[in-house]
Design a protein around this ligand. Structure first.
Ligand SMILES: NC(=O)C1=CN([C@@H]2O[C@H](COP(=O)(O)OP(=O)(O)OC[C@H]3O[C@@H](n4cnc5c(N)ncnc54)[C@H](O)[C@@H]3O)[C@@H](O)[C@H]2O)C=CC1
Ligand SMILES: NCC(=O)COP(=O)(O)O
Length: 327
C-alpha cells in the first residue's frame, strides 16, 4: 500500500509555505499530506506563480501517490493574517497546533512518518510559550524520555549529545547517563534504521584538544572515557577525539557517524559540507521524523528564491526509513 507522510509547513511568515508549493511541482511515490492554512498557500502560490490544485485531505480515504500539480492539504486556521517575512507571535499557536497534529497522527498510525518545515523558535517564546525546538517537543509529546538529533549529508552524519542548550550549561549536561542513552540510541538507530551492521562512531571531546590530558578540562577523563569503556565490547567507538581534528578526512573516512557534544561543535561542519542537501533526523522516537537543514529564511519568504532541495532530501530520507520506494 502507498505510504502516507505528513508534512508540516512550519512558520507561516517563513519559506515553509513556499517550499511545500515547490514540492508539489513533482510526482512522489508516497502520499504527502500538508498541514497548513489553505488561504495562505493559495496566496503564496499566486505570489510565486506556482500552479497547484489544493485538495482537501480526508483521513478515511486510501492513500495515493502525490501527483505533480496537486497537493493534499489539511486546512488549519491561522490566528492572524500573515505577511511574508514578518513574524507574528499570534501565529505561534498555529505552528504548535500543526506540530501536535502531526505527532499524534504518527502516534496513531494515520501517518507513516513526519517531515517538518522550518519553524522560528524565538517567536514561539515571544508568544509566552517556552519552546526549545521540534526535537524537544517531539520527545515530550510522544512520551519519549530520550531522543537524539542527528544531521546527515552524503559523506557525514553528526549526532548531538546536547541540543538547544545555552553554551554555559553544556558542560554540566554532559553526564554519564545522558551519554549512555545518546550512544545507545545512535548505535541502535544506525544498525536498525540505516542498515549499518557495526557502526563506527567517533566521539568528540568537550574541551579544546579533548581536555589536553586534563589540563584544559576534565569531562573527557571523568565522564566521556568511562562511558565509552562501558561500551567497549558492544559498540565500535573511537575517542574522545579533539573536535578540531576529528572532522578531517583521515578520521571521517573511518566513521559512520560523529557524536558531537553540542550543537555548534558539530553542525557548522556539517552545514559547511552539505547545507541545502542535508537532513535532520530525530532518532529514538516511536515513528520516523525528518526535517530540513535550514531555518525560516525570513529574507526569502515569498520571493521564490528559496531552495527546496533540503526539504526534498528530507522526504526522500523519510521514505527510505519507512521502507517506501524513493523514485
Ligand atoms: N528545522 C527548523 O525548524 C530550523 C529552524 N531554525 C530557525 O530558523 C530561524 C532563522 O535561523 P537562521 O539562523 O537565520 O537560519 P536560516 O537557515 O533561516 O537562514 C540562514 C541563511 O541561509 C539562507 N537560507 C536558509 N534556507 C534557505 C533555502 N532553503 N534556500 C536558500 N537559502 C536559504 C537564508 O536566506 C539565510 O541567508 C531561527 O529561529 C532558528 O531557530 C533554524 C534551523 C532549523
Ligand atoms: N540546527 C537544527 C535545529 O535547530 C533544528 O532543530 P529542531 O527544531 O528540528 O529540533
Amino acid at each position: 500500500m502507498t505510504a502516507r507522510l505528513v508534512i508540516t509547513s512550519g512558520e507561516p511568515a517563513g519559506i515553509g509555505p513556499d517550499l511545500v508549493l515547490m514540492l508539489a511541482q513533482q510526482d512522489w511515490p508516497v502520499e504527502l499530506v500538508v498541514l497548513a492554512n489553505k488561504t495562505l498557500l493559495e496566496s503564496r502560490a499566486q505570489q510565486l506563480k506556482l500552479p497547484v490544485d489544493l485538495l482537501d485531505y480526508q483521513a478515511g480515504e486510501p492513500p495515493h501517490p502525490s501527483r505533480k500539480g496537486q497537493m493534499l492539504v489539511e486546512d488549519l486556521p491561522l490566528n492572524a493574517e500573515v505577511v511574508s517575512g514578518q513574524l507574528d507571535p499570534l501565529n505561534a499557536d498555529y505552528v504548535l497546533r500543526m506540530l501536535k497534529r502531526a505527532i499524534h497522527g504518527c502516534m496513531s498510525g494515520e501517518f507513516a512518518g513526519m517531515v517538518t518545515g522550518p519553524i522560528h523558535k524565538g517567536v514561539i517564546n515571544e508568544s509566552g510559550i517556552p519552546f526549545s525546538g521540534h526535537t524537544e517537543l517531539l520527545a515530550e509529546e510522544s512520551g519519549t524520555d530520550r531522543v537524539v538529533m542527528m544531521l546527515a549529508t552524503p559523506g557525514l552524519r553528526v549526532a548531538l549529545a546536547t541540543t538547544h542548550l545555552p553554551l554555559k550549561d553544556v558542560a554540566d549536561a554532559i553526564q554519564p547517563q545522558l551519554l549512555r542513552e545518546i550512544l545507545s540510541i545512535t548505535d541502535r538507530s544506525l544498525r536498525e534504521q540505516f542498515g549499518i551492521d557495526h557502526p563506527r562512531i567517533l566521539v568528540a571531546g568537550l574541551n579544546p584538544h579533548a581536555g589536553e590530558g586534563g589540563h584544559m578540562g576534565r569531562e573527557e577523563i571523568e565522564v566521556i572515557e568511562p562511558v565509552m569503556q562501558e561500551f567497549r565490547n558492544s559498540m565500535n567507538l573511537s575517542g574522545p577525539l579533539p573536535a578540531d581534528t576529528l572532522f578531517t578526512p583521515k578520521y571521517l573516512q573511518q566513521a559512520d557517524a560523529v557524536l558531537a557534544m553540542y550543537h555548534d561543535q558539530g553542525l557548522p561542519v556539517l552545514k559547511h559540507m552539505g547545507f541545502g542537501n542535508a537532513v535532520n533526523i530525530t532518532l529514538g522516537l516511536p515513528f520516523v521524523r525528518t526535517s530540513v537543514d535550514h531555518g525560516t529564511a525570513l529574507d526569502l519568504a515569498g520571493t521564490g528564491k528559496a531552495d527546496p532541495q533540503s526539504f526534498r532530501y528530507a522526504i526522500e530520507v523519510a521514505q527510505q526509513m519507512i521502507g517506501a520506494k524513493t523514485a
